[in-house]
Ligand binder design. Structure first.
Ligand SMILES: [Fe+2]
Ligand SMILES: [Fe+2]
Length: 376
């Protein structure tokens, strides 16, 4: 059984069985699939504190139902932001699966754009929503969860760096969703190989940037999305691929995508390694700061360290306030340094992160927020 937001149910026929607990707490059928929700039902739905439930087999049907009503759900002030985020997340996962299966499908693309716009609206409304949008699945090494998370990081970073411009943010969010689409052309035996890759295999995997670029080019995506797909593994010091670009040669959106991509990759379980803590991930990036855009990294620190809910979503360690402030100050100074200039605070950021890491591991973690309903 999965809980659903009562506010997502409207007048009219429902395509799933809807259950609610009776006065003894036992789940009973509230409205049967194929039967209409009436005014009377709505009255109960609105005034009841207890949850409403659907069976696991009906989840797809519920998503279809919610998808058609997504705009109403998002704009309804009575529906909690966490419920909005959970519904959007369920829809996003399915949309991304369809998109990766068939990138040339106009329907998949349109749906993905809508999902990204919904992510964007939720994030602009409340950064707290972002923590409900992240997706964690250890059985999903590169596709759905990674695409969704990278898209959300691109949106969060974009909002900090570029501002709340709808069109720009949509491009960034869509780029994040599509950046690894070229992996659909890589042999899964290489992609999911649980052991060290040979040089030849590594070369194959690196081609996902070119394949991705070709796919999005073919379906007529705009230039910033082409740049994200092709250049998200380029590094500012020229150590990246596929074109070995340096500094300003790399599109600014691709620099945002690079940090979003690597941060999610480091904090998620992969088939070839366990996830690292988010502090470890930040420290890893800080140690290689010459490869990344400092301003983007400053924005990432700001987002992650300033947002308690994100920290508890990423779940690993308690971060003492004093250290958090220190890193925040360091990140602000880092953000004022132009690319290519000396990076006076790179070392300080790394030192502060390492200090947090040591300090954090000796303090008990805060209580985790309630788990996401079962669709996770
Ligand atoms: Fe990639
Ligand atoms: Fe990636």
């Amino acid at each position: 059984m999965t809980t659903i937001a009562a506010g997502s149910i409207e007048l009219g026929t429902i395509p799933f069985n809807l259950y609610a607990p009776d006065h003894k707490g036992r789940l009973v059928l509230f409205c049967k699939a194929g039967y209409p929700i009436t005014e009377k039902h709505i009255g109960v739905l609105k005034n009841r504190d207890r949850g409403f439930y659907i069976g696991g087999d009906d989840y797809e049907a519920y998503l279809d139902y919610a998808h058609k009503r997504l705009d109403n759900i998002i704009s309804d002030p009575e529906i909690r932001i966490s419920d909005k985020a959970n519904i959007t997340h369920g829809i996003a996962k399915r949309t991304v699966r369809n998109l990766l299966d068939n990138p040339a499908s106009a329907v998949s693309l349109q749906e993905s754009e809508r999902v990204v716009d919904t992510f964007r609206d939720l994030i602009l409304f409340s950064t707290e929503a972002a923590s409900n949008l992240f997706s964690f699945s250890s059985l999903d090494p590169y596709t759905f969860s990674h695409s969704i998370n990278t898209s959300i990081f691109c949106l969060l970073l974009g909002e900090k760096l570029v501002g709340a411009e709808d069109e720009v943010l949509s491009l960034l969010g869509m780029g994040g969703l599509l950046l690894d689409i070229g992996k659909s052309k890589i042999d899964p035996r290489i992609l999911f190989k649980p052991a060290k890759l040979t040089d030849r295999e590594l070369e194959q995997i690196r081609k996902h940037t070119i394949y991705g670029y070709e796919i999005v080019n073919e379906i007529g995506m705009p230039e910033p999305i082409l740049a994200i797909c092709r250049s998200h593994h380029e590094r500012l010091d020229g150590s990246g691929y596929p074109d070995g670009l340096k500094g300003d040669e790399i599109h600014p959106f691709a620099r945002i995508a690079a940090i979003s991509d690597v941060y999610d990759a480091l904090t998620s379980d992969r088939i070839y390694r366990k996830q690292s803590s988010h502090l470890h991930a930040l420290t890893t990036i800080a140690k290689e700061i010459q490869a990344y855009d400092l301003e983007v990294f400053g924005a990432l620190l700001d987002i992650v360290l300033r947002n308690d809910q994100l920290i508890s979503t990423f779940c690993d360690q308690h971060i003492p306030r004093g250290f958090r402030q220190e890193v925040y100050e360091a990140s602000k100074r880092a953000a004022s340094v132009k690319n290519g200039e000396e990076l006076p605070d790179g070392g300080k950021i790394t030192a502060a992160l390492l200090a947090i890491k040591q300090e954090g591991s000796s303090v008990p973690p805060p209580e985790k927020p309630a788990a996401r309903p079962t669709q996770g």
